[in-house]
Ligand binder design. Structure first.
Ligand SMILES: [Zn+2]
Length: 256
């Protein structure tokens, strides 16, 4: 029986969905035998399956990427190797300064060796992913978390959005975003990439071949909130979303 969990979304782009919160791990192949692993998740068996799957594909991990500072996006596995694990400069600084606090929630599901590997990140120097594949642009913004990054694989037309533009989670602003202004700025920063993408991979949920529909859904939700209108969004029915929505209503009512 095959243990392969990674599935090919488009040539050179593979995804695996973890059991918790539909968390998606993404792998980009550079075409010359290397793989970049983005936000590997979640449980020890699932983390171990990623390098096992890469071995079946006859590629080796050459780098990691963490889209943002949250504990479920800074995980790793020893079999992926000691390679650079890129993130934004802001995220690298935050995680280095507050690593224990950042990874604390992961202690309940990781083994000590995996916990030791979590949250060890390297700052990206510029807005292109330093790899041997075709150009991958890095788009950084402060919605959901300060220094959150998205990757746009130009040739494959795939946008890896991190915890933005999800079909299962409502917009989840960063703690210091008390008016939704920062979140809207983040969506604006992503707008052009969404328009150019043929596929979008969220951090939680399902990939879509209609990226702009996700963008429009988030804009519709936020616009209704800011206009103090009734919100009709199917994501409201998902676990935890009622509390998040209530917090977003408070944000929309705060002084700008
Ligand atoms: Zn997050």
């Amino acid at each position: 029986m095959s243990t392969t969990r990674l599935t090919e979304l488009v040539p050179g782009v593979w995804v695996a969905t973890a059991r918790e919160y539909d968390t998606i791990s993404t792998v980009l192949l550079d075409g010359v035998g290397g793989a970049v692993v983005i936000d590997p998740a979640w449980h020890p068996d699932e983390l171990a399956a990623i390098p096992a799957d890469l071995a079946e594909l006859a590629v080796i991990c050459v780098a990691g990427v963490a889209t943002h500072e949250h504990y479920d996006h800074v995980l790793w596995h020893a079999a992926l190797g000691q390679v650079p694990r890129w993130t934004s400069r802001t995220t690298a600084g935050t995680v280095a300064a507050h690593r224990a606090e950042v990874i604390a929630p992961a202690a309940q599901f990781l083994t000590p060796d995996l916990l030791d590997l979590a949250g060890r990140l390297d700052p990206l120097a510029d807005a292109l992913l330093p790899w041997r594949g075709t150009p991958v642009s890095v788009v950084t913004h402060d919605a959901h978390a300060p220094g959150h990054l998205a990757l746009l694989h130009e040739e494959a037309g795939v946008l890896i959005a991190g915890d933005m533009l999800s079909d299962v989670e409502l917009p989840m602003p960063a703690d210091d975003d008390v008016t939704l202004e920062v979140y809207l700025a983040g969506l604006a920063a992503l707008r052009e990439s969404v328009g150019r993408a043929r596929w979008l991979i969220p951090g939680h949920g399902t990939p879509t071949a209609e990226p702009m529909r996700r963008y429009d859904a988030d804009m519709r939700y936020l616009t209704a909130l800011l206009a103090h209108e009734r919100v009709d969004d199917p994501r409201l029915a998902n676990p935890g979303m009622a509390d998040l929505h209530a917090a977003n209503v408070r944000r929309a009512s705060a002084e700008q």
